[in-house]
Every structure is written in C-alpha cells, then in structure tokens.
Write a protein that binds this ligand. Structure first.
Ligand SMILES: NC(=O)c1ccc[n+]([C@@H]2O[C@H](COP(=O)([O-])OP(=O)(O)OC[C@H]3O[C@@H](n4cnc5c(N)ncnc54)[C@H](OP(=O)(O)O)[C@@H]3O)[C@@H](O)[C@H]2O)c1
Length: 296
C-alpha cells in the first residue's frame, strides 16, 4: 500500500508522517508548496507522478473564525479542493479518504451525532466542509469520509498549548462551559486513518462516512480544569479559572453546543484504538512540560 497525503504540514498531516505504518506500507506526504489542492491541473499532475493506492486529504482551511470573512478561500480549499481530488482519484481508480468535522452539524441534538444525521452547519467553515463532503460523495464513490472533532497534538498551537501557556504565564483562564465534545489527539486520528486505509484496500470495508473521536465527553471548561489541576500538581500555577458561555465569549463563528460524534460504526467496522480523552491528555501534558520553554 502506498499512501499519498495532502496537507502534510498540518496537524493531521504531520501525525500521519510520523505514524507507524502498517506492514509493507509506504507514505508520501505533500505540503501545500508541493500540492495546492485548489489547482486541478496540479492535482492531476501530482497524482500521475506519485502512483499510489490511496489518497488521504488532510489539507483544509481550518481557521474557523477567519472563514467567516474569508469565505471564498474557505470554499475553494474545503469545498472545491476535495472535488478536484475526488475527480482525479475516480479517474484513476484510487480510493480517497477525506477528513471532515463535527462542525457540519448544528449541535442541537441531545445525543452524539451518527453518520447519517442531517448536516446543518452553523458557520462558513462548517458549510465549506459540508460542501467538500458532498463533492467527495458525488464524484468518488470509492471513498471514506472521516469526521473528527476537537483536535490537538503536535507542535502547532492548539487549545491545550494555549491553556498551558496561559497558566505558565500566570494569566487567569476564562473558558466556555456550554459546548461539549471529544478532545482528540492527532496521533489517534493518524492511527484511525491508517487502519481505515488498510481495511479499505483489503476490500473489507463498507465505503461511506465514519466518525472518530476520543472516548468520553467534556466541555472546554472541564478540559481546562484538568489541565490546570495537572499543572498545579506539577508546581505550575494555580491561576483562577472562570466559566463563561459561548455567547458571552463572543467568537465570530458559531460552534455546535454538542460536538459529540457517535463512533459506534468506526468501533464495529474498523476497530482501531480510541483512547479516553483524559488518558491521552495527561501523558501529552507531561510531554509538553518536558519540552524546553521557548522565550516569550
Ligand atoms: N483542527 C481541528 O480541531 C479539527 C477538528 C475537526 C476536524 N478537523 C479536520 O481535520 C482535517 C485536518 O485538520 P488539521 O487540524 O490537520 O488542520 P491544519 O493543521 O490547519 O492543517 C491543514 C493543512 O492544509 C494546508 N492547506 C491549506 N490550504 C491548502 C491547499 N490549497 N492545498 C494544500 N494544502 C493546503 C494548510 O497549510 P497552511 O497552514 O499553509 O494554510 C495546513 O498545512 C481537516 O479536514 C479539518 O477540517 C480539524
């Protein structure tokens, strides 16, 4: 199996590049400089150049708030880019694994979202990701769409690193407590993608949409509270932690109140490990605390 990954410099792209591959598998990871997925000719050229058995699209416009004003860029990258990839994959008989998000839902359901729940995005980012999903479904039936949620991990900035940075700097925390989700490490997503690819290529996997998130559920405030207590235990902090509502916090893009994904189908059909968010976060915090502190 040879895997071609787009968006190689992103969080999931990097996690895939450092992941342990299934036996006999090889991987080529292309960053935006090597492959801009909004350029259909480049997509065609690169897929011809790199003979591969599966394409994994992690390239995306993920700045959720900026997407509210940079609508054209969000739609081009998240909506049209996947269409170019799907068309090129279909023409060559290459299966496509496409990453998507819980933000395609409106979050009003009292239950975790199943794969067949209607999409009803609240934001431009969510709408652009929904458009990308629809393009993949329409243009390349041999696909798996993997919706993931609340990602962190690696060296790029994320919620966890923002909390650690603030606590280290002695800044008080004000964190939203009316959105819940599954905080998921990018390394877990990489493992899930590779398991999915392996099963798809053995022809033993139903094509379609899958959900993948860490086990358990928590609000951003509960996650911040765990980070604060672990850092306090390590002698850093404490700092005050205040709960607030998403409305009072006032970010430009609306987010789902319920971001929980029902991962039952993934567990049944793919079965890769899905650690509980706390079990994955605590060792990650130790790893972050062991890194040399960069000067501010
Ligand atoms: N991050 C989350 O919390 C989250 C949650 C749920 C789902 N997801 C989904 O998971 C997937 C991976 O997300 P991630 O966290 O790895 O995102 P990320 O860290 O923002 O990485 C995305 C990568 O795609 C690149 N890119 C942007 N436009 C491109 C283009 N036209 N052609 C090629 N590459 C391009 C970006 O480059 P630049 O940095 O140069 O723009 C970046 O390196 C995405 O589908 C995302 O929607 C993410």
């Amino acid at each position: 199996m040879h895997i071609l990954v787009t968006g190689a410099d992103g969080r999931v792209g990097r996690a895939l590049a450092r992941a342990a591959l299934p036996q006999g598998a090889t991987l080529t990871a292309l960053g935006r400089q090597q492959l801009d997925i909004t350029d259909p000719q480049a997509v065609d050229r690169l897929l011809t150049l790199h003979a591969c058995s599966v394409v994994v699209n992690t390239a995306a416009f993920t700045a959720v708030d900026r997407a509210e004003t940079e609508t054209a860029a969000a739609m081009a990258i998240n909506g049209e880019g996947p269409a170019h990839l799907a068309r090129a994959c279909a023409a060559r008989g290459i299966p496509l694994i496409h990453l998507s998000t819980d933000y395609v839902f409106d979050g009003r359901s009292p239950e975790p979202y199943r794969e067949d729940a209607p999409m009803a995005p609240l934001s431009v980012y969510g709408a652009s990701k929904a458009a990308g999903e629809e393009a993949v479904r329409w243009l390349q039936p041999d696909h798996a769409i993997l919706r993931v949620s609340w990602l962190y991990g690696g060296e790029r900035g994320d919620f966890v690193r923002a909390m650690v940075g603030a606590i280290r700097a002695g800044r008080p925390l004000r964190v939203v407590d009316d959105q819940i989700g599954g905080l998921t490490h990018s390394d877990s997503v990489a493992t899930a993608v590779l398991a999915l690819a392996d099963k798809m290529l053995r022809q033993s996997l139903e094509r379609g949409t899958y959900h993948f998130a860490a086990g358990g559920a928590a609000s951003w405030h509960e996650i911040a509270a765990l980070i604060l207590s672990e850092l306090t235990r390590a002698g850093i902090g404490p700092v005050p932690l205040e709960a607030t509502s998403a409305a009072a916090y006032g970010l430009p893009a609306a987010r789902p109140a319920n971001s929980l994904l029902d991962c039952g189908k993934f567990d049944r059909l793919v079965g890769a490990e899905r650690p509980h968010w706390q079990d994955r976060l605590i060792p990650e915090l130790r790893r972050i605390l062991d890194e040399p502190v960069k000067p501010a």
